[in-house]
Write a protein that binds this ligand. Sequence first.
Ligand code: URA
Length: 474
Amino acid sequence: MKEVNERVVRLAQSFDAWRAAARELIARGVPPADVAWQSQAGDGDLFSSTPDATDTSAPPLRLPRPLVELLENAACFNVHDRWAFLYQVLWRWQQGQHDVLSPADADGARLHAMAKAVRREEHDMHAYVRFRERSEAEGAPRFVAWFEPVHEVLPQVARHFARRMGSTSWMIATPTASMLWDGQTLHAGPALLRGAAEIDDAGEALWLTYYRSIFNPARVNADLLHSHIPSRFWKNLPEGAIVPAMLSGAANGERRTGQTATVGQRSGAAMIPISAERAQPARDAPTTLDQCRRCELWQHATQAVPGVGPQTARIMLVGEQPGDQEDLAGLPFVGPAGALLEQALREAGVARDSLYLTNAVKHFKWEPRGKRRLHKTPAQREILACHGWLEEEIERVQPQVIVALGSTALKSIMQDGAASMTPLLGTPAQHDGRWVVSVYHPAYVLRALDEASRRQAYRVIVEGLQHALTLLQD
Ligand code: URA
């Protein structure tokens, strides 16, 4: 171990590296004043240019979870003395000075402020990253975004988008690092120039048209607008380019006349006054489910969820639409309703992997409730718009028996918006040369108010599945 002028030098390029070094220094009883921290190899240091190697065999520290979380968050705060400061906090904690975690303590106050600023930066990045879509000819990644975070939050933000954007590839470029999601794995990359994310995106024109049309000069409050979206984000937002002109137009009299065409046309706050057909003329002829814009549900879903199962399956199960977890995973019936279905299949003696499992509607329809996305029943026009995809699956798989899980599925299979499940429970029907068995949707069982109705609904599902088996011809 090299000691230079009583100070040891430690290199911390990441939180994990800092933690390993800090653990070893604490074990050796080295006080904060005797450590010089470097953020990068070769950082100019007064005493030495070569950091000591960290002894990784030091015993682990026992720290309370809230302290670890604070340290971890504060470690992303971009300030030159962060590692030294974190070590000071840790040292004081180990010395029994637990008030170091209190906002009333000077170090505690700084620690909390740093962690809070980092959480805020993460939140802002979630809100203000704007992906631009590249043309297919440009290859992967399909979406790219440019952002200039003040703190080092890119890795956790990238994990957030990886969870939300399913198998769609994207890259977020920043002046200090980049992150690429190839649809399956995150890859850390180098710093990039802003030009890496400057591409023409037809979808952006649509977004700007929408933004202009919802802009209400009579109601605009420029101060509020700027306080909601801090000005440093404006320059990277597509709407940032048109907002100044719209604001000055509003100030110059459009306030009086501005509620004419655009606002007057709106029948609801969330209505887009440009027709979907005009915006996307090819919407009626998508060649893949991913491209489907036959109804509006794609806009708020993470991805379309296709059916899964053997192409030779003799039984096809049709649900309503993907739920929250299915939307994120891109697979049908992986959430709570899927678990109940799995149990019913087991009880009925039907092997899940022998079935083709799909939904009548392929995009998740939901409404926000606090932080949750609550399922919303699809409308008949959405069932109809999606019917082509179900038909294509039936054509391809040619099942002998279709089990409709709930009335949305039944309406789509029968192509009858008035189809009712009740008369068909326990009585299979013939449709287009195959049997259709109707049972309750598994979510109906989960929502049942009392034990007796839950049991009864569950039995209907199990018996329907058993019935489907008996209808198969060898
Ligand atoms: N409910 C459905 O109808 N389908 C799913 O995939 C999940 C829940």
